[in-house]
Design a binder for this molecule. Structure first.
Ligand SMILES: O=c1[nH]cnc2c1ncn2[C@@H]1O[C@H](CO)[C@@H](O)[C@H]1O
Length: 320
């Protein structure tokens, strides 16, 4: 029997990233062999600090962290970070101590290429932030797309409004050029967009159940979740929060909790729809040769068993 699936988490922690990371560490189906960091919810240096901190909380400083790009694929330095969603420290403004551990010497892209070469076809990369590091890995080694087992992407808004603006979802908006490279690179890709993650909601009551448990992860998360809940109250008038990153992680841990469709995804890189993800189902042969022809297909999640995902997330975090 095959052992647990090797996964690398590319992350911008982030409150829902913290949930996904802890969930992964509590999931016997996967073995977290490393983490890479990226800007998005916070700037990259803080993402690295938070990734190291979360591994210290979990007692898993054996897991290497490789720091990712500080600029977009096109070298833009003016980046959009979502501190209004996660707090200025990215983890709900809790004044956590500086971690003692350090990132490895290699960059995220170098580390991704190294691991994909070391375990060809075996590594699942779960991308929870903008796709800069992955586009850089493809640039560094064109064989990366063949060597990486699968890339599960939290990103996109397929046939629904975005969450940055009506067109764009945050991770794709963070680096649309990188996203278009990744979606059309030919690797085995599964995209979980906010059309799916917006169905997966942790309610106030469910958070209270988690807070009353004696799970280490559940207790830690309930503290930092306060900020994330208040953002959802303000932005969406909701008494609950979207479980974006944990849902994407579940697509790697238990893919049967979602259904998927397959087609070509392109990303708009200019104008007011910059960051828009557009899915072509390949059901019509168009008359003209276009930028959509002869592109590799990806899988896009369409439905989710939301109660089962929420239950799995809660159970695993409470028994930690
Ligand atoms: O309104 C928002 N702006 C920016 N980022 C957001 C917003 N809401 C959620 N996220 C973050 O972006 C990813 C999902 O798109 C998640 O990581 C979530 O934490």
């Amino acid at each position: 029997m095959a052992g647990p699936k090797k996964i690398i988490i590319d992350t911008d922690p982030g409150i829902d990233d913290a949930m996904a990371i802890f969930l992964a560490l509590r999931s016997p189906e996967v073995d977290v062999i490393g983490m890479t960091t990226i800007y998005g919810n916070v700037y990259t240096s803080l993402a690295t600090r938070n990734a190291l901190h979360l591994l210290e909380v979990a007692g898993r400083t054996d897991i290497p962290v490789a720091e990712g790009s500080h600029v977009s694929y096109m070298k833009a330095t003016k980046l959009r970070v979502a501190d209004f969603v996660h707090g200025v420290d990215g983890l709900g403004n809790q004044n956590f101590p500086q971690p003692k551990s350090k990132p490895i010497e290699k960059s995220a892209a170098e580390y991704l290429v190294e691991q994909a070469n070391l375990y060809p076809g075996e590594v699942t990369l779960v991308a929870l932030g903008p796709l800069t590091n992955i586009a850089l890995a493809i640039e560094l080694d064109p064989g990366f797309t063949k060597n990486i087992g699968q890339i599960v992407i939290l990103g996109g808004a397929f046939a629904v409004n975005g969450n940055v603006n009506p067109a764009a979802e945050a991770n794709i908006f963070g680096d649309p050029e990188a996203a278009d490279i990744v979606f059309t690179c030919g690797a085995d890709i599964v995209a979980v967009g906010i059309n799916v993650t917006h169905q997966v909601i942790l309610t106030d009551n469910q958070r209270d159940i988690m807070a009353e448990s004696d799970g280490l992860f559940a207790n830690y998360l309930c503290k930092i979740l306060e900020y994330y809940f208040s953002y959802h109250r303000d932005a969406y008038s909701m008494k609950g929060v979207y479980l974006h990153d944990p849902t994407a992680l579940i697509a790697a841990v238990n893919p049967s909790l979602m259904t998927y469709t397959e087609g070509v995804v392109r990303v708009q890189t200019s104008g007011i729809t910059r960051g828009l993800t557009l899915f072509y189902n390949k059901q019509k042969r168009f008359h003209e040769e276009t930028e959509w022809c002869n592109k590799p297909t990806v899988k896009v999640a369409v439905t989710v068993d939301a109660p089962a995902v929420v239950k799995l997330v809660m159970d695993r975090l409470m028994h930690s």
